[in-house]
Design a protein around this ligand. Structure first.
Ligand SMILES: NC(=O)c1ccc[n+]([C@@H]2O[C@H](COP(=O)([O-])OP(=O)(O)OC[C@H]3O[C@@H](n4cnc5c(N)ncnc54)[C@H](O)[C@@H]3O)[C@@H](O)[C@H]2O)c1
Ligand SMILES: [Fe+2]
Length: 887
C-alpha cells in the first residue's frame, strides 16, 4: 500500500497498522546485489564521516547543533505539512508543535551540555568521565512522528558526534528525506563532515535486515512497533529500541476534575492521537464519574452509544490484530463518519464506556492502544480497583511506556506509582505532550521513550544524548580517609581507681571473675562507687562463652543498672561489653553481628548506634589485652573464637590502675604482657596502620621490652607494673584503630581448640609471623592505603627505636632477636608441643585449624594475604617450635 492508498482508504479497507511495523510493505524481489552495494557505500560514507566527526571539539559540535536547531525550527511548519500530506495522519498545528519540541526544546536542553571529551569531573572521588561517540547509528523512525523524530534523532546524533543513517517508515520516506536535507545543508555549512547524516530511502525489508547485520553499523536506534523492536533486538548488535504504548490514566476523586478533563482533551486530540504516549483509557472513581462525564461532554467529548462502540470496533479493529489504517490519526467527526455514524462537527474525542469488571475489561477490544481520538472510560469502585484497571491497560501493550494519575492525595499517587510498571508516570498532567518532556515537567525532551525490559528497551528513560555516548570513566586511585578513635576518658597510674568516686550512678553491676571476688578487689571497687545499689556478677571465667554472657544479660535485665563496672582481665571486660550490648539490644543476634567482612567500613553486620542507656567502665586487672579501650570483644562459640568489633563496644571510661595488677602471678603477667606486645607488633604493620597508631605501637613496644622482665622477676615492682599497664593500654589504642593480623588469627584458632591462654598462644607464633610478614609475600593484600610492601621497613623503624641498629636490616634483626630473647627470658613455651598439645591431636586438628585461622577477621588487616597452605605451615611450625633464631 502506498501513501496515496492510505489517504484514499475507505471505511471497508483494512491494512496492518504502520506504527508497530514500519516495513510492512509486501516484499518485492530480494534486493539486487547492486542495491546492496549502494547501501554499503552509504554505510562506508557514514563510517568515514564518523571518523572525522570524532576529531571535532565541543565548540565545533555546538555550532553544528545550533545551526541544525535553527534550520529545523524554521522548517517546522513546512515539514508538518509534508508529513500530513504524505502520511494522511494527524493535525497540522500539532505536528508543528512536535517539530518545535524536537528543535527548540531539544536545543534548549542540549545548550551548554558537555558531550565531547571530559564531560564530568569529580575531584573528591577522583572520577573523570570522557565522552566518546558510538560511530554509525542506524535510526528507524515511525510514521506517527515522521518529521519530529527525524529532527530529534539527527540533532542528538550530531551533538554526540555520531554519523546517523535514517531508515524511515515506508509511509513517511519523503518527509524524512526533506527533514534530513534541510538539516544537512545547515549542519554541513557549520562544519559537519559530509556523510554524517543520510537516509536509506526504500521500503525493502531485506535492506533493513542487511543494515541490521552490517558490520559497519555500530548501533541500532529504533522507534517503532513491537515487531521491529524484536527484529532489532535480535540483530545481535548494541542498540536501543522503544516500542508502542497503551497509557492508562487514573482520575481519583480528589483530583481537579475540570483541569483533568482539559488536560486529557489537549492530549488525546494532540495530532489526532498518533503519538504513542497518548491517553488510551481513562479510569475514574465512581463518586466523580458522572461529574467527569458531564464535564467531558461540556468540553466537546462525545459519549459513544453501545451501537456506536460496536461500529467503531468493527471498523478500526475488525480484522484481528491488524488495525485499519483508515482509522488512524483522523479527527473525531471524520473517524465517526468512516465508522458509519455521525457526531457533532466540533466533537473533540469519542468516549467509549468500557466495563468496570476487570475480567470483562480484559477481553474488550478497545482496551488496546488506539492511535485515534478514542478514549476508553472505566468506572472504578475504589483506589485498588482503579489501580488494578490501570495495570490491566498497561499489560495490553503498554508496559514500560507511559501512564498518568490525577489526584490531590499523595498517598494515591504513591499507590499508583508503585503498582504501575511504566517508565514515565505523569502526575496531574497530559501524557501525550507531557511524556515528551520539557512542556509540563522537567523530563528530558525526547521522541524516543524508553520502555524498559518490559517493552524490549534497555532503559526506561527519555532517551537523549546520554544513551548515544560511550562514556569512559577515568578512576584515580583513592586512599580512603582513616580515623583514630579512642574512648572519652582513660585514667591511669596508681590511684586511678579513685576516679570511680566521680561516676554518677544509681544502680551498678560489677562484672568480674570468681578470683577477683576472693582477692578483695570487688570490695575495693564497691567502696568507691557512689551508690549502695551494687550487684556483683562474678561468673566470668577465662575465655568467656555465650552462656556466661546470657546469664549476665539476665542479671542486667533484672536489676536495670545505669552503670556496669567490668573489673578483671580481658575475659571479663569482653564479656561485659557483650552483656551491655545484648541487654540494651535483646533483638540482636550474635551470629549476625559476627558476620565476616572484607572491609570493616563496608561490612554487613549492623551494630546499633544509638546512645547507650548503661555506662560501661573498664577496670583491667591484667596488663595485656587493651580491651579497656578497644572496640573488640572475643567470645568462645563452640570450639571457635568469634570477635565482635564495633566502636559502640568501646567502654565509656577506662581506669588503668597498676595496683590491681600487682597480684598477677608471673605466668599471667607474661601471657598478658606478650599479648600486648603482639598487639603493638601487629598494629605497626597493619594495612590500616597510620602515623597515629605507629606512635602508640613504638612507645608500647619500648615499655614492654623494658618492663615486662622486671614485672616477671618481681611481681611487686610497681614501677614495672605501671609501665606494663600503660603499655598494654597504648597498644590497645593502636590496635583499636589499626587492628591486628595473622598472629592473632593463629592464636585464636589454637587457643580455642587446645585451651591455651590467649597471650601464650600469641607468643608461640610471634617469631614465626614476624618472619612471615617480613618475607616477600606470595600474595599481597589489596589495600588502597598500602601502596608499597612496607612491613619489613615498619619492623625496622620500630626495631631502631627500641634496639638501635644502623641499617634497617640490622634494626629488624635486632627486633626479631629481641622478641625471641624476651620469650626465652620469660620462660614462655616456644611451641604448641611445649604448651602441652599432643602430636596426634594436633595433626588431626590441623586442616580445620588452618581453615578456622583463615576465616578469622584478624587476617583482614595483615600486610600480606595468608594462603590457607601458609597458615597450615605456620601452624605446623608453631607445633614444633618453628624457627629458632638463626642469626
Ligand atoms: N577485646 C580485646 O580487644 C581483646 C584483645 C586481646 C585479647 N582479648 C581477650 O582477652 C582474653 C585474655 O585476657 P587476659 O589476658 O586479661 O586474661 P583473662 O581475663 O582471661 O584472665 C586470666 C585469669 O587471670 C585471672 N586474673 C585476672 N587479673 C588478675 C590479677 N590481677 N591477679 C590475679 N589473677 C588475675 C583471672 O581471674 C583469670 O582466671 C582472651 O579471651 C582474649 O581473647 C581481648
Ligand atoms: Fe590479643
Amino acid at each position: 500500500m502506498t501513501e496515496t492508498d492510505v489517504r484514499r482508504a475507505t471505511p471497508t479497507e483494512t491494512a496492518p497498522v504502520p506504527e508497530p511495523e514500519p516495513h510492512p510493505v509486501p516484499e518485492a524481489a530480494t534486493p539486487s546485489d547492486v542495491r546492496l552495494a549502494e547501501v554499503d557505500l552509504l554505510v562506508e560514507r557514514a563510517t568515514d564521516a564518523a571518523r572525522e566527526f570524532r576529531t571535532l571539539d565541543q565548540q565545533q559540535v555546538d555550532a553544528i547543533v545550533a545551526a541544525m536547531v535553527r534550520a529545523g525550527l524554521r522548517a517546522a511548519p513546512q515539514l508538518a505539512e509534508l508529513a500530513i500530506e504524505e502520511t494522511g495522519f494527524g493535525v497540522f498545528e500539532d505536528k508543528v508543535v512536535k517539530n518545535y519540541v524536537a528543535t527548540e526544546f531539544l536545543g534548549d536542553y542540549l545548550h551548554d551540555r558537555r558531550t565531547v571529551g571530559v564531560i564530568e569531573e569529580d575531584a573528591e572521588h577522583g572520577i573523570v568521565r570522557i565522552a566518546e561517540p558510538i560511530g554509525v547509528v542506524l535510526a528507524i523512525t515511525p510514521v506517527t512522528n515522521p518529521t519530529s523524530t527525524v529532527l530529534y534523532k539527527a540533532i542528538v546524533a550530531a551533538k554526540t558526534r555520531n554519523a546517523i543513517l535514517f531508515r524511515p517508515s515506508p509511509y513517511a520516506v519523503r518527509c524524512c528525506e526533506r527533514s534530513v536535507e534541510i538539516l544537512r545543508e545547515a549542519a554541513e555549512a557549520a562544519g559537519m563532515p559530509p556523510g554524517a547524516l543520510q537516509v536509506v530511502p526504500d521500503s525493502e525489508r531485506a535492506v533493513t535486515h542487511h543494515l541490521f547485520r552490517h558490520p559497519l553499523v555500530d548501533f541500532i536506534w529504533v522507534t517503532g512497533g513491537p515487531k521491529i523492536v524484536a527484529l532489532a533486538n535480535a540483530a545481535g548488535k548494541p542498540g536501543l529500541s522503544v516500542g508502542p504504548g497503551n497509557a492508562p490514566v487514573y482520575v481519583h476523586r480528589t483530583a481537579d476534575l475540570s483541569g483533568a478533563v482539559v488536560d486529557i482533551l489537549i492530549s488525546k486530540t494532540f495530532d489526532a492521537s498518533v503519538i504513542c504516549p497518548a491517553e488510551q483509557t481513562c479510569i475514574v472513581d465512581d463518586e466523580v464519574a458522572d461529574t467527569m462525564l458531564a464535564e467531558f461532554a461540556r468540553m466537546g467529548a462525545h459519549l459513544l452509544t453501545p451501537d456506536q462502540v460496536d461500529l467503531l470496533v468493527a471498523f478500526a479493529f475488525g480484522s484481528g490484530d491488524a488495525v485499519n489504517m483508515a482509522a488512524l490519526g483522523q479527527q473525531a467527526p471524520q473517524l465517526a463518519a468512516r465508522a458509519g455514524f455521525e457526531v457533532a462537527a466540533d466533537t473533540k474525542i469519542l468516549l467509549a464506556p468500557l466495563p468496570s469488571d476487570l475480567d470483562a475489561l480484559a477481553g474488550h477490544p478497545l482496551l488496546r492502544e488506539k492511535l485515534m481520538p478514542v478514549l476508553g472510560f472505566v468506572r472504578a469502585s475504589s483506589v485498588e480497583h482503579g489501580v488494578a484497571a490501570a495495570v490491566l491497560v498497561t499489560e495490553r501493550g503498554g508496559l514500560g511506556h507511559t501512564s498518568a494519575v490525577y489526584a490531590r492525595d499523595p498517598a494515591v499517587v504513591d499507590a499508583f506509582s508503585s503498582a504501575v510498571r511504566t517508565g514515565r508516570i505523569l502526575v496531574n498532567a497530559p501524557t501525550a505532550v507531557g511524556a515528551l518532556g520539557g512542556v509540563y515537567n522537567s523530563l528530558t525532551p525526547t521522541f524516543s521513550l524508553g520502555c524498559g525490559t518490559w517493552g524490549g528497551s534497555t532503559t526506561t528513560e527519555n532517551v537523549n544524548v546520554t544513551q548515544l555516548l560511550n562514556v569512559k570513566t577515568v578512576s584515580r586511585r583513592r586512599t580512603p580517609p582513616q580515623w583514630f578513635r579512642v574512648p572519652s576518658t582513660t585514667y591511669f597510674n596508681a590511684g586511678a581507681l579513685d576516679n570511680l568516686r566521680d561516676v554518677e550512678c544509681e544502680v551498678a553491676v560489677i562484672v568480674t571473675d570468681p578470683d577477683s571476688e576472693t582477692r578483695g578487689v570487688i570490695d575495693l571497687v564497691r567502696g568507691k562507687l557512689r551508690t549502695s545499689h551494687v550487684h556483683v556478677f562474678s561468673e566470668v571465667e577465662a575465655e568467656p562463652d555465650e552462656h556466661v554472657v546470657r546469664r549476665g544479660v539476665e542479671l542486667l535485665d533484672r536489676v536495670r543498672p545505669d552503670l556496669v563496672v567490668a573489673v578483671g582481665g580481658g575475659s571479663v571486660i569482653d564479656a561485659a561489653k557483650a552483656m551491655r550490648l545484648f541487654h540494651e539490644h535483646p533483638e540482636q543476634q550474635l551470629d549476625e553481628l559476627t558476620l565476616p567482612f572484607l572491609d570493616p567500613r563496608k561490612r554487613m553486620a549492623d551494630f546499633p548506634q544509638d546512645p547507650h542507656t548503661v555506662r560501661l567502665v573498664a577496670v583491667p586487672t591484667t596488663a595485656g589485652t587493651g580491651s579497656e579501650v578497644s572496640p573488640a570483644a572475643v567470645l568462645t562459640v563452640g570450639t571457635r573464637k568469634e570477635t565482635l568489633v564495633d566502636y559502640s563496644l568501646v567502654p565509656d571510661m577506662a581506669v588503668v590502675d597498676p595496683v590491681l595488677t600487682l597480684s598477677m602471678p608471673p605466668e599471667l603477667t607474661v601471657d598478658s604482657g606478650i599479648d600486648a606486645l603482639t598487639h603493638a607488633l601487629e598494629a605497626v604493620v597493619s594495612i590500616f596502620a597510620s602515623p597515629y597508631t605507629d606512635a602508640f605501637c613504638v612507645q608500647a613496644a619500648r615499655l614492654i621490652f623494658d618492663a615486662l622482665p622486671r614485672a616477671y622477676d618481681d611481681p611487686g615492682d610497681l614501677a614495672a607494673r605501671t609501665d606494663m599497664a600503660n603499655a598494654a593500654t597504648l597498644a590497645g589504642l593502636a590496635f583499636s584503630n589499626a587492628f591486628v593480623g595473622t598472629n592473632h588469627a593463629l592464636a585464636h584458632a589454637v587457643g580455642a581448640r587446645f585451651g591455651i591462654a590467649h597471650g601464650r598462644a600469641n607468643g608461640i607464633f610471634l617469631p614465626l609471623v614476624l618472619r612471615y610478614n617480613a618475607a616477600l609475600p606470595s600474595k599481597f593484600m589489596p589495600a588502597p592505603g598500602y601502596s608499597a610492601y612496607v612491613a619489613p621497613d615498619k619492623y625496622a623503624q620500630l626495631g631502631r627505636v627500641v634496639f638501635g641498629g644502623r641499617e634497617p636490616e640490622e634494626s629488624r634483626r635486632r627486633l626479631f632477636r629481641g622478641v625471641e630473647s624476651l620469650l626465652d627470658r620469660l620462660d614462655m613455651p616456644r611451641s604448641l608441643r611445649a604448651a602441652g598439645v599432643a602430636q596426634d591431636e594436633f595433626e588431626r586438628a590441623l586442616p580445620e585449624l588452618a581453615m578456622t585461622a583463615f576465616e578469622d577477621l584478624s587476617n583482614r588487616t595483615n600486610p600480606r594475604m595468608p594462603l590457607v597452605r601458609e597458615l597450615s605451615e605456620l601452624l605446623s611450625a608453631g607445633f614444633d617450635g618453628g624457627v629458632r633464631d638463626a642469626h
